[in-house]
Design a protein around this ligand. Sequence first.
Ligand code: SF4
Length: 431
Amino acid sequence: MNEYDSTRILDLTKKINYVPTTNLSEANCYILNTCHIREKATDKVYHDIGRIKKNFRNKIKPIILVAGCVAQAEGEILLKKEKYIDAVIGPQSYHKINEMILNLEKKSKSENFTEFDVIEKFDTLNSLKNSDSNISSFLTVQEGCDKFCKFCVVPYTRGPEFSRTIKELTKEANQLAENGAKEIILLGQNVNAYNNKKKRLSDLIFEISKIKNLKRIRYSTSHPLDFSEDLIEAHKNFKKLMPVIHLPVQSGSNKILDAMNRKHTINEYLELIEKLKNAKPNIKFSSDFIIGYPGETDEDYQQTVKLMKNIEFIHSYSFIFSARPGTPAFGLKKVDQKISKERLINFQSIAERIKTNYRKTLINKIIPVLFENKIKNENKYFGRDEYFNSVVVQSDNNLSGKIINVRILKSNQNTLYGKFISKLNYENFAA
Ligand code: SF4
């Protein structure tokens, strides 16, 4: 979502004649768009500012803005701790960024814009044409979260759930397609909680799938509790909807799920997976895992391993529990770090084995790949298959924006390598 926000900030600041530069030591203004999910992100802000300071030693200081969830959660602390920062701006105040920059051009007073003005924000952004021209583009459809998982900062940094209207989203999706997007990834902290005037995510997917030049639709990130029947049906009915779902589970233990306030059990999660498989037999899943959540015993951990082996997630993101200030889990007694680390290493090796075995099944298969860009200084193109696997092929022709059948020849940990077979006729795949 920060990537999407950054493109919108760029669209906004163009209005006051700011343009992006790759010459970092000559920028007049730095906007650090931050994430607060894990501790390291905050450290990175201080680290980056240290680097900027070095670049600008003996030069006129640029305007330094810290945007995003670190600004929202720790704005005052940042301003006090690092005087080089001129202002902080939270995710729901981006529509005020130009006002903030123009003020800072005139005076040197630090500023803090961290109110939750989400309606005003999207009203401002809706009036701007989206200039994002990536083949695969993000589109924020929903922000915020009302779930209050005990470890998570999102309800405090992004605020309550808010869904944009189908009308404005369809308009922006059309703009993205006109700019060359062939794939749109619908974003929300709780994307399947999307609800605007009783219109749900499946209604939005239906509308967007009518855009002729748009070939693929994905959405992220979902909560198991919000998987309504209509969304399950959408996977059966809409061919443009890709057959992989990111469905965070966090733990395989009911005790830990309850302690996290995830509001569902493992049986309910497994039932949901079954329903989705019945609707779309070739569907696959990816997930997030927190290892070493306070109170996690070895037995709880083994249940997480069992779940991983049972579902065989094709992509998984696992981290040791990181206590975030301001969340209910912050003060809880931590699992011994050595034990957490051992469990994480073991878990990741199991996840890797599952992924490797899955990738082996793709060797010699012919799969459709949407190519996104040429790899710098090489005659190779990068793309993704329907399951979000990275694929690289060699080609002297420009493949960007094309969906092409590729025979997979080999695979390493992160990438599949293949060779060009034919162009896929997508006319057969209308939603
Ligand atoms: S559902 Fe997701 S975004 Fe919401 S509180 Fe839980 S982890 Fe955070």
